[in-house]
Design a protein around this ligand. Structure first.
Ligand code: GDD
Ligand code: MG
Length: 359
């Protein structure tokens, strides 16, 4: 089966984590996000994938090449300026025919893609939209359906009190190539705001494929941590065996250090005397946690150093960042790459610290 992947966004809501990288490449269990997405697609029989790129294209193409290492065939289509979700797929039109998947490039899920394609073929839809329930639909595309599963309305990011349902667009579509006739060439255009409402207004058959399978959009720092907790706790099938806790490396642990719960260590991690690492947590390659520190549900990138007696909780710490002795990093904080948090400092709950700064 064929898919188009949308990975052209800048990932602004994930900053400062995307200051030095793109959203599709942020590490999830110490592997680029895209490696997980490609493993999922390959395991569901999607093996011919067109990647639509715009922002920092070399970061992705340079690492994944023709996709053979991931068991898929990858080709790349570049946008000079962002064309929006539908404009990006239109740009890939010469490589598409029949029915194909379109995937937002920032979701991880267990949705059964073969069942979705079968449903699309049986229903005679020109477009099928996967739906998932969420608590607050206002950050998503809300999809209202008739009892027979036909889509009645598509409302992108409505105010919370105006959302008619909590079933939202999961960012996975099966489209017939004919849908692209509605998309202008070389101009910004979005499925969510133009193409789907247009198809519905024209009475075209658009069907929903509702699921309760695991689903998450990793596009905010809280969700970025959550997906890793979920993978470590087995709530989402990890298609990358090497990323599971048992698949990580063994850390150099002082005999008095304690590790509780699922913790994934990269290579060459060192944990000092009396330090405590509470999972779910992830430490990238070459991380050091010095004596007496507590790391609790933190995601720590490559080469970071946590000083003595520090507390680092429910947060993300960027690569090569140094957290000084006795520092406290509070829940929801996001500290960028190469930051120096000086001895005894506190990073407040939810605070974002930009790369290369000294606090
Ligand atoms: N190639 C390309 N060009 N890709 C783009 C562009 C573009 O101009 N703009 C966005 N994308 C990619 C992003 O990289 C991302 O993978 C995907 O399209 C969706 O963009 P987001 O910016 O993450 O959208 P969102 O999360 O606010 O909303 C979308 O996803 C929700 C589900 O997570 C919408 O599709 C909602 O309707 C949906 O509910
Ligand atoms: Mg998103």
């Amino acid at each position: 089966m064929k898919a188009v992947l949308l990975v052209g966004g800048e990932g602004t809501r994930l900053r400062p984590l995307t200051c030095n990288t793109v959203k599709a490449m942020v590490p999830i269990l110490n592997r680029p996000f895209l490696a997980h997405l490609l493993a999922y697609l390959a395991s569901h029989g999607v093996d011919d994938i067109v990647v639509t790129l715009c922002y920092l294209p070399d970061r992705i193409g340079g690492q994944f090449g023709d996709g053979s290492a991931c068991g898929v065939k990858l080709t790349y289509v570049m946008e000079e300026t962002p064309l929006g979700t539908a404009g990006a797929v239109k740009n890939a039109e010469p490589r598409l025919d029949g029915s194909f998947f379109v995937f937002n490039g920032d979701i991880l899920t267990d949705i059964d893609l073969r069942a979705m394609m079968d449903f699309h073929r049986r229903s005679g839809a020109v477009a099928t939209i996967a739906l998932t329930p969420v608590e607050d639909p206002s950050a998503y595309g809300v999809v209202e359906t008739a009892p027979d599963g036909r889509v009645k309305r598509f409302i992108e990011k409505p105010p919370r009190h105006e959302a008619p349902t909590n079933m939202i667009n999961a960012g996975i579509y099966v489209l017939d190539a004919s849908v692209l006739d509605r998309v202008p060439k070389g101009q910004p255009c979005m499925f969510e705001r133009q193409v789907f409402p247009g198809l519905l207004a024209a009475g075209a058959p658009v069907y929903a494929f509702p699921t309760t399978d695991y689903w998450i959009d990793i596009g905010t720092p809280d969700k970025y941590r959550q997906v890793q907790y979920d993978l470590l706790e087995g709530k989402c099938a990890s298609h990358l065996q090497s990323a599971r806790p048992g698949g990580g490396a063994a850390a150099r642990l002082d005999p008095s250090a304690a590790v509780d719960g699922p913790v994934l260590f990269g290579r060459d991690c060192t944990i000092g005397a009396g330090a405590r690492i509470k999972g779910p947590a992830v430490l990238g390659d070459g991380c050091t946690v010095l004596d007496g520190s507590t790391v609790d549900r933190a995601i720590i990138w490559t080469g970071a150093r946590i000083g003595r007696g520090a507390t680092v909780r429910d947060c993300v710490i960027g690569g090569k960042t140094t957290v000084g002795d006795g520092c406290v990093i509070e829940a929801g904080a996001v500290v960028g790459d190469s930051v120096v948090v000086t001895t005894g400092s506190r990073v407040a709950a939810g605070q974002k610290v930009w790369p290369d700064t000294t606090l």
